[in-house]
Design a protein around this ligand. Structure first.
Ligand code: FES
Length: 307
């Protein structure tokens, strides 16, 4: 008779100090259950609800990266790289984890009560705004304006999806988007944002072509892009939380978008974002500008097109 060799066993420690043994191949959630340790798991361990999420305090560099199912769930809540799903995480090393939701968490806690504390991340932030929508409202019926706005947002969200951007906030005539909140390489995120801006400008050209006979004048838009550290996480009123970001980087990106009017250009990209992306946008497009609320001037590229 052939006897299987015993499975390797690892030490699994909770942030409260409790340590249990985990057999190779078992998930963190299965191990907690086997030892009678209550742990949130609204979907029963199917990788859908994210209530089982834990922050890996020690050993994160030794665990296998998440599979697509876990990546998809974690990106929905804007989780940083050290946050993993206990039901999907099968460590082959000693590990220390901190549960992020109470053991009796419900589905509402996923988006309603938060529980995902914000984290600092190097992200690229983009603000876009449709120019002249007030004048449009004066010359068109409200339903026409609604149609035009919806077409505009359709093109913008398509560009976001194609470039890997995250829709973060609706700002009336525009929106805020994030690149890199999902833990991707910050340089790649900055390149994706520049690519996204180029796709948005192309989308606007398409609208102007398709609606040439409807519009009193071609639509114009402003795009502001900046990169830097920001606090990223689920935020907003209970029941309506979104993954967004706050901080000086966000405020600066918003002001760069506003600057497109003053500089009479379509896109203002901070030099920091362009450098992070490793992209040359031309020395002749650089300007030194003062922004409200910032003591230091900021170097920016003022552009009419990208790509
Ligand atoms: S238990 Fe639902 S995602 Fe892990």
């Amino acid at each position: 008779m052939i006897v299987d060799p015993p499975k390797p066993v690892f030490r699994l420690t909770r942030s409260c100090g409790t340590t249990v043994l985990l057999a190779a191949g078992e998930s963190v959630l299965e191990t907690f259950r086997a030892h009678g340790i209550p742990h949130a798991s609204v979907c029963g361990g199917k990788g859908r609800c994210t209530t089982c999420r834990v922050r890996v305090l020690d050993g994160v560099e030794s665990v296998a990266p998440p599979e697509p199912l876990e990546i998809e769930a974690l990106s929905r809540i804007g989780a940083p790289p050290e946050v993993r799903l206990a039901c999907q995480l099968r460590p082959a090393c000693d590990l220390t984890v901190m549960p992020l939701l109470p053991a009796d968490a419900t589905a509402e806690d996923v988006i309603g009560g938060g529980g995902l504390d914000g984290h600092e991340a190097l992200v690229t932030v983009m603000f876009i705004d449709l120019r002249g929508s007030t004048a449009l409202g004066e010359s068109r019926l409200p339903y026409d304006v609604l149609f035009i706005l919806n077409r505009f947002f359709l093109e913008m969200t398509r560009a976001l999806a194609a470039s890997g951007g995250h829709y973060s906030n609706f700002t009336g005539d525009g929106l805020m988007a994030l690149y890199g909140q999902d833990g991707r390489d910050p340089a790649q995120a900055a390149r994706d944002a520049l690519n996204g801006a180029g796709l948005m400008l192309a989308g606007l050209e398409r609208i102007n072509r398709d609606l040439a006979t409807e519009l009193p004048q071609p639509l114009r838009m402003g795009i502001g892009i900046h990169a830097g550290e920001a606090i990223v996480g689920s935020m907003g009123p209970p029941g309506a939380q979104i993954v967004s970001a706050i901080g000086d980087t966000v405020n600066t990106a918003a002001r760069l978008e506003g600057l497109t009017k003053e500089l009479e250009c379509a896109v203002v990209v901070s030099r920091r974002a362009a450098r992070l992306a490793g992209v040359s946008l031309g020395d002749d497009t650089v300007q030194l500008v003062s922004l409200k609320g910032r003591s230091e001037p900021v170097e920016v590229h003022a552009l009419d097109r990208l790509g």
